[in-house]
Design a protein around this ligand. Structure first.
Ligand code: PEP
Length: 262
């Protein structure tokens, strides 16, 4: 089995303010000062990116700075949107695209998500492509078809070398923010199916290297079991990333799991 460095991202969503976000960034960077064997990133709201960046930089933290979204056009009349160049200018290194709340609350479609992903990767940034089925789709047994469509369309016209900088987050919609976590076995099954698809879309080498992380009510007490699965390479954490001690514990659990798998 290829050994992949795990990735843990903290998606703060539309939470925190300048004070609580700063406190959280300080506490997380202190808790993960010796970040070994795992890549960690935080995804604060847009207005706090520069503040969080200064905190991480001043502390010499290796936690990466991410944004929760991006727009694919460079500049121009796109009121309310933020370009890749603007994010880079603010020291942002990675971005989420296709998060379930963007797909299901805001109404983003696979084609737009693909444009955003291409814009990020073409500009040399990292990216996290989020995919996942709804409860209705799972109950109808369509989870593999849905995730496969989201991965295929999301990755359209993205060449193999870019996959190095890509993380795929499998996040079943019914598990996000609900307290219902996918069982480690169900999550592993979907991760293996996605890895298999990556192998068919690219090749076995890319599939062995791409990191596929799980998101959906990951907590400090269920992280270790999820991350111990062979194809689960870390997590995208929402609610629990707002509590520094929990985010630190989850990130350390990912590093430990990777040691056991090596
Ligand atoms: C998320 O925001 O991507 C997420 C997985 O949220 P939660 O951990 O709260 O389910």
């Amino acid at each position: 089995m290829a050994s992949r460095k795990p990735f843990v991202g903290g998606n703060w969503k539309m939470n925190t303010n300048r004070t609580t976000g700063s406190d959280l960034a300080r506490a997380v960077s202190d808790g993960l000062m010796t970040l070994d064997g795992v890549d960690a990133a935080v995804f604060p709201p847009f207005p706090y990116l520069l503040t969080v960046r200064s905190i991480l930089r001043d502390r010499g933290s290796s936690i990466r700075l991410g944004s929760q979204d991006v727009y694919h056009q460079n500049d121009g009349a796109f009121t309310g949107e933020v370009s890749v160049a603007m994010l880079k200018d603010c020291g942002v290194q990675t971005a989420l695209v296709g998060h379930s709340e963007r797909r299901h609350v805001i109404g983003e479609k696979d084609e737009l998500i693909n444009k955003k992903l291409r814009a990020l990767l073409e500009a040399g940034m990292d990216a996290v492509l989020c995919v996942g089925e709804t409860l209705d789709e799972r109950e109808a047994g369509h989870q593999e078809i849905v995730n496969s469509r989201q991965v295929r369309t999301g990755l359209a016209e993205i060449p193999a070398p870019y996959a190095e900088r890509l993380v795929i987050a499998y996040e079943p919609v019914w598990a996000i923010g609900t307290g219902k976590t996918a069982s480690p076995q169900d999550a592993q099954e979907m991760h293996a199916a996605i890895r298999n698809l990556i192998s068919r879309l690219y090749n076995a080498d890319v599939a062995a290297r791409v990191r596929i992380i799980y998101g959906g009510s990951v907590k400090a007490d269920n992280a270790a079991e999820l991350f111990s699965q062979p194809d689960i390479d870390g997590g995208l954490i929402g609610g629990a990333s707002l509590k520094s001690a929990d985010f630190v514990a989850i990130t350390k659990a990912a590093a430990e799991a990777a040691k056991d798998k090596a």
